[in-house]
Structure formats: C-alpha cells, structure tokens
Design a protein around this ligand. Structure first.
Ligand code: COA
Length: 179
C-alpha cells in the first residue's frame, strides 16, 4: 500500500456532501460469476459501473445511517482525498448471531491493486470483532474482478444465506469470512 495512505474510522462529521467528490466508482465489467446447477460459472456479461452525483449522495447518506445505527465506516485517505472506504452494519444475524454485514467496500479507480482494499478489509474485520461478530457476511458484486479480490483475501461461499440481502441483489454472490 502507498505509504502516504492513512486508514481511519469515519465519524458522522466526516459524512459531508463532499466526501466522495474525488471518488471514482468506475468499473468496466466483462465477465460475471453465476451459479448454475450448484456450480460457479464465469459468464460473458459486460457493463460499465459508475456513480453519478445523485448516487454518491445516496451512498454518503447510507454511510451516515450506518454510523448512526452503531455500525462502522473506515476510509483510506491520501492527503484529504478519500481513495477507498468500507462499512459494516452493526446488526448481528445468523443462527448464532455470528454474522455482521460488510455492506460496502470500494477503492477508487486509479488506486486499485495497491493493497488499499486489503487494508480496509483488515481494519473492517477488527471493527466486526468489536461488534461481537464471529464472521463477516458479504453480498458481493459478481463481477470477475470484484470476486477475484474476495477470493484472494480468503472469502468463501456463505454457509448460511441471508435471504433479505440475497433477494435485494439477486445477482450477487453470498460470501463469508471467518474473523
Ligand atoms: C474490489 C476492490 C474493493 C479491491 O480493492 P483493491 O484496493 O483494488 O484491492 P487490493 O489491491 O488490496 O487487493 C487485495 C488482493 O486482491 C487481489 N486482487 C484485487 N483485485 C484483483 C483482480 N481484479 N484480479 C485478481 N486479483 C485481484 C490483489 O492482487 C491482492 O492480492 P495480494 O494482496 O495477495 O497481492 C476494488 O477493486 C474495487 O473497488 N472495485 C470496484 C468496486 C467493487 O467491486 N467493490 C466491491 C463490491 S461488492
């Protein structure tokens, strides 16, 4: 990771309308994972992911609500520019209340593949432990690149499926990570 990158917890006061001003969610997707007959298959599905200003503002509102409800948000900064962030909802779920949801993790386009996502994930794991979770639950973007990241850091198929999250994003891959 860039030695100038600082990862810190975000507070309510950080969630200003300018928080994502220089953040780029741009992602060119060419292939996505789909489960067919209980097997993962990589399919040719292409599109471009991007956030406009309206979407950025709704993400900032989600981060604010997350913190307000006891969850945690961590941000990676270079100077005062937010180059990555992750959020964990506070609510425990699962048969033994073992899971918390890693609701978001994103690194800005231009800063990817430099270790920022791994660092955000590691810090998010520490916060998840403080929230008394045993596992992180991830309703993960099915894009080839996104899934390559999750698999590389050790995420596996979720043992228990959170139906609410799975139904909200039916194309997502339901993953978990033992803390
Ligand atoms: C997925 C994402 C958060 C990863 O963040 P990142 O800062 O690029 O990740 P890192 O550089 O820390 O990578 C961590 C590990 O994953 C691997 N990895 C990351 N992207 C990869 C890719 N496209 N293909 C293969 N491996 C990849 C890295 O090589 C690294 O492995 P290493 O530590 O053993 O060297 C980032 O690419 C992103 O924001 N993508 C677009 C949005 C998105 O998909 N978010 C997730 C939505 S659920």
């Amino acid at each position: 990771m860039n030695t100038n990158t600082i990862v810190r917890e975000l507070k309510l006061l950080d969630c200003t309308p300018e928080l994502l001003a220089r953040f780029s969610r741009y992602q060119e997707v060419k292939r996505c994972w789909r489960k067919e007959d209980a097997k993962w298959v990589l399919k040719d599905i292409s599109y471009v992911g991007q956030w406009d200003e309206k979407k950025k503002q709704s993400v900032i509102v989600s981060l604010f609500s997350c913190i307000q409800n006891g969850g945690r948000v961590v941000g990676a900064f270079i100077g005062d520019t937010l180059v990555g962030f992750a959020s964990i909802d506070a609510k425990l779920f699962g048969s033994q209340n073992q899971y918390v949801d890693l609701a978001m993790i994103h690194t800005s386009d231009g800063y990817r593949n430099k270790g920022i996502g791994r660092q955000l994930f590691n810090v998010a794991c520490e916060h998840a432990k403080e929230l008394n979770a045993k596992k992180l639950y991830i309703s993960a973007h099915s894009a080839e690149d996104s899934m390559a990241f999750y698999r590389k850091i050790g995420c596996v198929d979720a043992i228990e499926i959170n139906q609410e999250l799975a139904e909200k994003e039916p194309c997502d891959c339901q993953l978990e990570y033992t803390l």
